[in-house]
Unconditional design. Structure first.
Length: 336
């Protein structure tokens, strides 16, 4: 069993926050978050933030921490290797960095095996860790995939093909063989090890949030993530689509929570669950309580919502009744 560190206080109550780059406005919201009984917040830090908003973001993060909130920061949409509704221009500036799919076409996502993408991520880590952030939140690391799943899988760029040849001793096949599946997962694990080691060396913590099992992210064995020495916390976000039944929400949260808790216990790591608080249909706000209930039944006491106030500021993700969504989440976790 791994020598994990239980860094998470009992019943962490958190929420993600993004889209406001005025420190005074953001901190006013942080004060409300704190007053409502939340103990943690996740701030997003995109490519745009890295390029243009360092002093602003540092002030927002540091002042949030100064209020007594535990601060997480994620690489929001960076390289399209991570989740988030932020545009990425890394591959537009460097086409060689693109993931290449089976059809031979470059995709709007950076390859986690590309040394220049890794160099960029080290710069991101150095910058973000210069703040009072507590934990870097590695949000849904994945290889690019399309709605059709893995029919047009990635990545077959020159860097991946050379690395595959070195690892397996033959050219990467066009079929999604067991060796190719292993290579994809090995690549993401190697990437996460390098990045989380860097974060630990700077005195900060790491949480890795895995896409739920029904997404073809390329990271199926969560135990390999939890086993990494520099990973302190594992998480997932089994969000439901509009129209999903209450039974689906209950079943998927129970299933995902059990899988998370099992790997966390095996390797002695903390565990975190994310609750959907965006695109919630009117009259379905109780789904948040169902998701929280199943998470807690599995023994998870670190629970976050995506995102603040029903995601009311991002119209594409806005819930039908943001105030009611916010109220429902607060009630389900015992906040004010």
């Amino acid at each position: 069993m791994g020598e994990g560190r239980n860094l998470t206080p009992v019943k962490v109550k958190g929420v993600s926050y993004f889209g406001v780059r005025s420190p005074d406005h953001a901190i006013s919201d942080m004060q409300q978050i704190k007053a409502a009984g939340f103990s943690a917040v996740l701030h997003t830090w995109s490519e745009e933030d890295l390029q243009y908003y360092f002093d602003t973001m540092k002030e927002i993060v540091d002042r949030s921490a100064g209020l007594g909130l535990k601060v997480y920061v994620n690489p929001w949409g960076i390289g399209r290797v991570f989740g988030g509704e932020a545009y990425s221009e890394l591959t537009a500036r460097n086409h060689d960095m693109c993931q290449v799919a089976l059809d031979g076409k470059p995709k709007v996502a950076a390859c986690p095996n590309h040394p220049e993408f890794r160099a960029y991520m080290h710069r991101w880590i150095e910058t973000v860790c210069a703040t009072k952030v507590d934990t870097i939140f590695w949000d849904e690391p994945h290889f690019y995939f399309e709605k059709g799943g893995l029919a047009n899988w990635s990545c077959r760029c020159e860097k991946c093909q050379a690395k595959f040849r070195k690892q397996f001793g033959y050219d990467m096949p066009a079929e999604l063989t067991d060796d190719v599946l292993k290579f994809r997962e090995d690549s993401l694990i190697d990437f996460l090890k390098e990045m989380t080691d860097d974060v630990h060396a700077r005195g900060k913590h790491n949480c890795v949030c895995m896409l739920p099992p029904w997404f073809p992210a390329g990271l199926d064995d969560w135990g390999r993530v939890a086993k990494l020495e520099s990973v302190d916390e594992v998480a997932s976000d089994p969000y439901w689509e509009r129209g999903a039944t209450e039974e689906w929400v209950r079943e998927k949260y129970a299933e995902t929570a059990k899988k998370l808790v099992d790997v966390a216990r095996q390797y002695g790591k903390a565990v975190q669950m994310w609750i959907k608080a965006y695109q919630i249909e009117a009259g379905r706000e109780n789904d948040l309580a169902i998701a929280v209930e199943e998470s807690r039944k599995a023994g998870i006491d670190n629970i976050f919502a995506w995102s603040y106030r029903g995601t009311e500021t991002l119209s594409w993700l806005k819930s039908d009744n943001p105030d009611e969504v916010a109220r429902a989440f607060r009630a389900s976790i015992g906040a004010n």
